[in-house]
Design a protein around this ligand. Structure first.
Ligand code: NAD
Length: 237
């Protein structure tokens, strides 16, 4: 039995698709019927904060209507049973990894269930709706509250921690992500430069498929459990 190599996993909207959450680009380049420029960038929020609040309020409320799927559960099992390090990075703003039992999830694009205030920069967990009149629970001012989501043009979170994990990676797997959104789309090249074996799990080819050593093609709910079983079997799990 070989020593357990550090594993780094990057997930995208495709891992949550079979739970019923719409991906981003699969059909017509719209996210739940909206152009990205209208709901997921700072300019959109400045132009029409009510629309952006409504969009994220619906996404936040929608979380209670979906459940984690077999792919989320398989990754949680990997994190618990693998004898080495497993770093789970997600671009997703849903909470399905946590609800499947993953203890440590790096949300590089933020989380629907977190909000922050642009006036005082403090943030917290949040269950209900936000609007332009919502008063910040920290500074008691209205008008600054926003979803704690990394919009296009903003800097993703935890990049130093992610960079360190990619430097150490022995295996890198990207699951259900289209390879269009940077810097996440560049992680495969960073991991490969560190000597990691790279694997893409997706139901279709992506913009960066040619950068991966191996591919498992098919639905995440099928392919992710197969991959996890294969790894854990090598360690008698
Ligand atoms: P994307 O929508 O651009 O790409 C989805 C990828 O998943 C595609 O390559 C598609 O072929 C693949 N896919 C779809 N269904 C699949 C399945 N059942 N099994 C395996 N693969 C499947 O997603 P992205 O690359 O994550 O980029 C989208 C951005 O939008 C992210 O930054 C994210 O923050 C945001 N977003 C998040 C959610 C969410 O949190 N669930 C949903 C939509 C968009």
């Amino acid at each position: 039995m070989s020593a357990p190599l550090p594993i780094v996993i990057l997930t995208g909207a495709g891992i949550s698709a079979e739970s019923g959450l719409a991906t981003f680009r699969d059909k017509d380049g719209l996210w739940e019927g909206h152009r990205v420029e209208d709901v997921a960038c700072p300019d959109a929020f400045r132009r029409n904060p009510a629309l952006v609040h409504r969009f994220y309020n619906l996404r936040r409320a929608g979380l209670s209507e979906v459940e984690p799927n077999a792919a989320h559960f398989a990754l949680a099992r990997l994190q618990h049973e693998y004898p080495g390090e497993v770093t789970l990075i997600t671009q997703n703003v849903d909470d399905l990894h946590e609800r499947a039992g993953s203890a440590s999830v790096i949300h590089m694009h933020g989380e629907l269930r977190k909000v922050r205030c642009d006036l005082c920069w403090r943030g917290r967990e949040w269950e209900g709706d936000l609007d332009t009149e919502t008063v910040c629970p920290f500074c008691n001012r209205a008008g600054g509250m926003r979803p704690d989501i990394v919009w296009f043009g903003e800097i993703p979170k935890f990049m130093e921690r992610i960079g360190r994990a990619l430097d150490r990676a022995g295996i890198f797997a990207a699951i259900g992500t289209s390879g269009h959104v940077y810097p996440a789309a560049g992680f495969v090249s960073m991991a490969a430069a560190s000597g990691a074996e790279t694997l893409e799990i997706n139901n279709a080819g992506t913009a960066v498929s040619s950068h991966f050593d191996r591919h498992l093609t098919g639905p995440a709910t099928v392919q992710v459990p197969v991959w996890v079983d294969d790894i854990l079997n090598r360690f008698g799990k």
